[in-house]
Design a protein. Sequence first.
Length: 258
Amino acid sequence: MTSSPVSSFDTDEHLTFHGASVEIRDLTLAFGEIQVLRKVSLKVAPGTTTCIIGPSGSGKSTLLRGINRLHEPQSGDVIVSGRSVLKDKPDALRLRIGMVFQHFNLFPDHTALENVAMAPWKIKKLPKAKAYQLAADRLKEVGLEQRADHRPRYLSGGQQQRVAIARALAMDPEVMLFDEATSALDPELVKGVLNLMADLCQRGMTMIVVTHEMGFARKVADQVVFMDEGEIVEAGTPGEIFDNPQSARLRRFLSEVL
Ligand SMILES: Nc1ncnc2c1ncn2[C@@H]1O[C@H](COP(=O)(O)OP(=O)(O)O)[C@@H](O)[C@H]1O
Ligand SMILES: [Mg+2]
C-alpha cells in the first residue's frame, strides 16, 4: 500500500504500523451440535486488508472470534507472524490482536481519554502518566483530541467508534479485527469511521474487516472473502469478487446487496 493520506487524519511518521501475517488453517468451530465454521482456511499478508462479506449467520463474527479466541476452535490452527497462537493464553493473545465491535463497548462512566488509557495502564502496566500520554496521542490520531474529556454519551456514534479504535490501537496490536464497525452508525457518520479504517490500512496495519460496506471493500481491500454457511466460498481481489463472481451463491448475494 502507498502512504498517501486518504483522510484528514494526522499522518506523523510514528503512526506507521508493523502489521503481522495471519494464517488460518482448516479452522472448525461448533456450538454444541451446530457446526458454524467448516474447515476455514485463509491467508492474510502483513499490512494488508481482508474484507469478509456474506449473509447474516454465515459465520463471519465467529471466524473473527475464533482468531482472537473469544471462541475456542475444535480443530485447525491460527498462525500469527508464523507461530501458532492456539497454545497462547487468550488474554496475552488479545494484547496482540485488537478488536472493534458494532456496539462500541466503551466504559460509560469514563471519559474518552480514560477509556483509551485504561488498558495500557491496568493491563500493560505502563506508568499512569505514560498511559495517559499514549491515550492522548491515539485520540489525536483519530481526530478526537478536542473530545478527550467527554464521556461516551456526549459523543456521536461515529466519535464513540473512533474512541474504540483509538483504544484498540493504544495496545499496539499487530492485527486489527473489525466486526461490522459501522453497522450501528447513522449514515452520515459512517464515512468518518471508514476513512479512519482506510487510513490504518494505508499505514500498514493488518486488518480483517467484516463489513456490509461494499464500496469500502472494493476500494480498500487487498483481498475480499465471501462466506456462506460456515465456509469460504470464494476469495480474491475486489475485482475478482465483485466483477467476476464464480459461484451462484456469491452472484445471488451480490444481487441482493449491490
Ligand atoms: N454463542 C453462540 N452460541 C450458539 N450459536 C451461535 C453463537 N454465536 C453464533 N452462533 C450461531 O452461529 C452461526 C453463525 O453466526 P455468526 O458468526 O454470528 O454469523 P454472522 O456474523 O455471519 O452473521 C449462526 O447460526 C448463529 O446462530
Ligand atoms: Mg456477525
